[in-house]
Design a protein around this ligand. Structure first.
Ligand code: CTP
Length: 238
């Protein structure tokens, strides 16, 4: 079925290199315990499948066990540090980077090799900040690249998304209010606001596959409008 869908789809990402991150990172406290988050990776995987359908060469960097199409280059990671190494390998040559993963903002400073035993009392876990992977990609961006971030918010959705768009030098932020019913982490459905330099577009509650179609349409729209600005710049008659 997916081969038939691919044959019938718009091939508007044909030949482009796309990197998608998906899932929540897990940061070890000791040999058996981690600090995790509620991300399921479903939205990232849906975007990756939509990019495959539309002709892209897709690399997925994922923390999850969700399946991927046979043509997807899959990199399995667990921590923010592993995701950073994987991104360093593939992001510089990507045309499009979609950072759907929920990367931990804080991790235990020193993880313990063995299991911390209960008898030792309540342990003190000292946290340190993780590097912002998306911000590094945005700041080192190349002209042909389209960089997309996510914003998981519980209030001031558009204001917070717009500040992430500027601070991380992004083309698009996919913002969702994770406190709303049926939205975001672990659900099969999602509702998002697409925030870019030229405005906002709401995608109301629908399946994550349908949200993925809307996100990819917006990426294509942004890339097309940037190309026409470039053509305008170099043409002596314009
Ligand atoms: N992100 C990242 N590296 C981090 C934290 C976040 O690359 N260490 C990326 C996420 O993948 C997402 C975007 O940044 O695409 C926004 O993540 P979010 O958690 O919504 O925001 P933060 O920038 O972490 O800020 P805050 O948690 O304060 O809202």
């Amino acid at each position: 079925v997916s081969a038939a869908e691919r044959a019938l789809a718009d091939r508007d990402l044909e030949g482009l290199n796309v990197v998608v991150t998906a899932g929540g990172t897990r940061e070890p406290i000791d040999a058996v315990r981690v600090i995790a988050n509620r991300s399921s990776g479903k939205q990232g995987h849906a975007i990756s499948e939509e990019c495959v359908r539309r002709g892209a060469n897709v690399t997925v960097i994922t923390t999850t066990e969700l399946p991927t199409s046979s043509t997807v280059d899959r990199v399995q990671v667990e921590t923010a540090a592993e995701m950073q190494i994987a991104l360093d390998n593939v992001a510089p040559t990507a045309d499009i980077v979609v950072m759907a993963a929920a990367v931990a903002d804080f991790r235990p400073k020193d993880s313990v090799d063995g299991k911390i035993k209960k008898a030792g009392g309540v342990p003190e876990v000292i946290l340190e900040p993780t590097p912002d992977l998306l911000e590094a990609i945005g700041r080192n961006r190349q002209p042909h690249q389209t960089i997309v971030g996510f914003a998981a918010e519980t209030c001031d959705l558009v204001t917070n998304a717009r500040s992430k768009l500027a601070r991380k030098c992004l083309d698009l932020v996919v913002a969702n209010d994770v406190s709303a019913e049926g939205v975001g982490f672990a659900h099969g459905t999602n509702a998002v606001t697409l925030v870019s330099a030229d405005g906002e577009r709401d995608l109301t509650l629908r399946s994550k596959a349908e949200i993925a179609v809307g996100v990819v349409n917006e990426i294509v729209r942004i890339r097309t409008s940037m190309r026409s600005v470039d053509v305008g710049r170099v043409s002596p008659t314009n």
